[in-house]
Design a protein around this ligand. Sequence first.
Ligand code: FAD
Length: 463
Amino acid sequence: MTTNGNVSFWYAADGLPSPRPALAGDLDVDVAIVGAGYTGLWTAYYLAKADPSLRIAVLEARFAGFGASGRNGGWLANTITGGRAGYVRSHGRALVGDFQRMLNDTVDEVMSVAAAEGIEAHIVKGGELLVARNTAQLTRLEALAAEQATWPEDDAVRLSADETNARVRVAGALGGIHIPHCARIHPARLVQGLAQAVQRLGVVIHENTLVTEIRAGGRGKPATAVTERGTVRAAHVLRATEGFTANLASAHRDWLPMNSSLIVTEPLDAATWSGIGWEGCETLEDFAHAYVYLQRTHDGRIAIGGRGVPYRFGSRTDMDGATQPKTIKTLTGILHSMFPAADGARIEHAWSGVLGVPRDWKAAVNYDPATGLGFAGGYVGTGVTATNLAGSTLADLVLGRDTKATSMPWVNRTVRRWEPEPLRWIGVQAMYAMYHRADRQEAGGRATTSPLALLADKVSGRR
Ligand SMILES: Cc1cc2nc3c(=O)[nH]c(=O)nc-3n(C[C@H](O)[C@H](O)[C@H](O)COP(=O)(O)OP(=O)(O)OC[C@H]3O[C@@H](n4cnc5c(N)ncnc54)[C@H](O)[C@@H]3O)c2cc1C
């Protein structure tokens, strides 16, 4: 019997963390951070490191690591959310090259903080492996390889089918790309370890404390985070609520909450693993439009994720990680088609999480000294690394530091909001119907990218 939900598989072995005390009434601090995922906690970490005298409170609706940070696929990758092309147009090639190098370094920064803080998050830096499994996917792989050739910062290497299979034997692999700047991690162990690290630095995390409203400060007045348990007044109030942001009335249409789901097998036996290979623990992805992402876990399972029901009407978010039976079936089918040798393996756990999607699919780190309000997020499905850089950048902005990080193109961006319902729901359903249909056409032998996928990219604002 497959466990469905319970936040995520990543808590199955270690258990959910013991609750921390909730806010006990009104409070005055220097910095209030709303949300205790990677973004909120990294921000707190770098602020507390930079200025140990700061009084920092993190306000969390459930528990630290309840959101995407405790549920994701565990790819610590160097991706620039939303791609590089748009930023090249707006900010020029040189700055985007710097941004890429900064994200490469951020992978190592997370690894080095984890080591320094004694966080055992099963981190293995085996790079990212992208695999094409039909002719249309191979055409997209070639296009990406050609684009990568103009970005030496990425250090990507084009692999033949044999070279791809030498790393991981994926059925039907026609070729691959390997990017070295990526590590496989255990997401919940990273977020739990980070929460403990910030507490050691004197930051107070108030759990079971839902923020219902964030109000601007200014002209000598502090900013405020209003909760059901009291009001927190602070010189700086920073929102780090990602896929749950739509629940705050003032930000309801800022980021679309998109769902992503994963399943994980039981541990595979040695004979199955020797057929599959994957000794390098690369993170693995295909070139489908409704793509899947995979990791080989520390204890020898395969975790595979992809879009389930992508979006619920009215931006409704979460059911403690439960996903739809249909999604479990779809992901299981893809797993078996990629790794026929694993088709006898039991699916032990399935879960889902919610990520934040801005209208232009690009993340932002914003801070306004006039109001004391800031936020970071909108990473779509690529926040495990980006949250670290976002957190340190937000800390720089709060401290009024002019650094290389604060000059990056994602800082202080304005993005238009999503359409009101029902247009939002109809648009996202149509987009994913088109992606799935395009994938079926391509798997059925279509040699070039389906025009349906190109249309979906246009409708969604992705390109
Ligand atoms: C299934 C899935 C797989 C993913 N896989 C990957 C991957 O492999 N690699 C990758 O780079 N990215 C991945 N992502 C994205 C990545 O996990 C996120 O970008 C990242 O974790 C975002 O961190 P965060 O702290 O901004 O948000 P979250 O971790 O979602 O934290 C937000 C926190 O805010 C709290 N909160 C929300 N509203 C309020 C409120 N009003 N008051 C108080 N607290 C509030 C929530 O309870 C939550 O704890 C994935 C996401 C999902 C859902």
